[in-house]
Write a protein that binds this ligand. Structure first.
Ligand SMILES: [Zn+2]
Length: 422
């Protein structure tokens, strides 16, 4: 069977698995597959069973990540990992994560049906707990694998069960003592390539009318979850020149950051600013008082470390200007950062060439979201990603990926493994 036909022949398998993980996560109006809990465990079991049906070896590591290995008879290079995650946020969509794991199964099934032997081991991984809603920390499976857990991470409580991450990992058959050693479960130098298929979290592919894109980079971020602005509580009649209005300072800060964003975009430097929380203090705010205190959260994302650094400098200058002008204090507070994930140029070219051979016009795009791929790229593993067209964004029940578009991504993966993986 030709490879293209062999891919199409896997549509029923792929659909069965997509429907299977949806049934496991069914939580109207959305999908909930709790990380290190019933949802993720049952989804792993379904994927493991599908892997065994294809003759793949299944194993679980100290982080309780699932690996399905298609062993090469005579491996000529280090293995290729095809991975994503099976957990979801609470009442999110079905495809964020799961589609990528299922794509790996679909690609191997197609290659087998076409009678193609892998030149090196191909491993499909279901990485644990990618979503940050469960422990306030995301990408946990890949952090475990590559020893990138921040200090104290194993003591974080699960949002639902209350068990610590260490207890949760142990309950799923993992080995937190091994993770506490702080060395990678797999040496990144022994991973030949890391590939991830993920639904796009913006409608760029809908706009472009293309089913699949080759990802150029995932953003890194700088986050300040608790920015505090302090001015002075006062009566609503106070003339403007006497006011130290924290609420208007918060508004200034947000709008100045948006102006910075639009200027950067206009200069060809893509980024994003998100103010997730933005409020006066509910216990004190009122219709008839000038707010002396204001809080907001900030997520700054961009696609290079230098750009992020420059944006932080600009943030500091903006805050200083507003503080001086409005007579308020702006404390940026706690800061966390994640490195951008740059895709490997060779893999970008290889996947693009494979897409052409599949008859696909695949644009090259930056991903709006961060993914497990970031950790592999940061560890020095050659990393590539395919983004799949998806209407309505992700992290909501209305994610809308067409199975045919996922099959297009699977065809690129399979074609790259068969003919592009030099
Ligand atoms: Zn995801």
């Amino acid at each position: 069977m030709k490879l293209a036909e062999a891919v199409t022949a896997q549509t029923a398998l792929v659909q069965r698995l997509l429907d299977g993980v949806a049934a496991i996560g069914d939580d109207p109006p959305g999908i909930t597959r709790d990380a290190y809990g019933r949802g993720e465990n049952e989804a792993q079991a379904l994927i493991a069973e599908a892997g065994r049906a294809l003759g793949l070896e299944t194993s679980s590591d100290a982080g309780a990540n699932l690996t399905l290995r298609w062993a090469a008879r005579e491996a000529k290079a280090a293995p290729v990992l095809i991975a994503s995650h099976l957990d979801s946020i609470v009442q999110g969509g079905n495809f964020d994560g799961a589609a990528g794991v299922i794509a790996g199964i679909g690609a191997i099934a197609a290659l087998q049906a076409a009678g193609i032997e892998p030149r090196r081991d191909i491993e499909v991984m279901a990485l644990r707990c990618e979503e940050s809603v469960w422990f306030g920390l995301g990408l946990i499976g890949s952090r475990c694998l590559l020893a990138r857990l921040p200090p104290g991470a194993l003591d974080l409580p699960h949002a639902r069960s209350g068990r610590t991450l260490a207890q949760s990992i142990a309950a799923c058959g993992g080995d937190p003592a091994r993770l506490r050693q702080g060395t990678p479960l797999r040496d990144p130098r022994d991973i030949g390539a890391y590939l991830e298929v993920h639904i796009e979290q913006a409608p760029q592919l809908v706009e472009a009318g293309a089913p699949v894109a080759i990802c150029l980079a995932n953003p890194g971020n700088v986050r300040h979850p608790f920015i505090g602005i302090t001015g002075e509580d006062a009566h609503t009649g106070l003339p403007h020149r006497f006011r130290r209005d924290a609420a208007l300072a918060g508004a200034d800060l947000s709008l100045a950051l948006e102006r910075m964003w639009l200027a950067e975009e206009a200069a060809g430097r893509p980024m994003a600013v998100t103010i997730g929380r933005f409020h006066t203090l509910p216990e004190r705010h009122s219709l008839t008082a000038i707010a002396g205190d204001f809080e907001l959260s900030l997520d700054l994302r961009a696609f290079s470390a230098d750009h992020l650094k420059a944006l932080e400098v600009e943030l500091g200058a903006i805050a200083a200007e507003i503080s001086a002008r409005r007579g308020v204090t702006i404390l940026l507070g706690e800061r966390s950062a994640a490195a951008p994930g740059l895709m490997d140029p060779g893999l970008i070219a290889g996947l693009a060439a494979a897409a052409v051979r599949c008859g696909l016009d695949a644009p090259k795009l930056n991903s709006p979201g961060s993914h497990d791929a970031n950790n592999f790229a940061a560890a020095g593993v050659k990393t590539g990603m395919l983004l799949v067209r998806n209407r309505n964004g992700s992290h909501n029940p209305h994610e809308a990926m067409e199975t045919a578009d996922l099959m297009a991504a699977i065809s690129v993966l399979a074609e790259w493994i068969a003919n592009g993986d030099a």
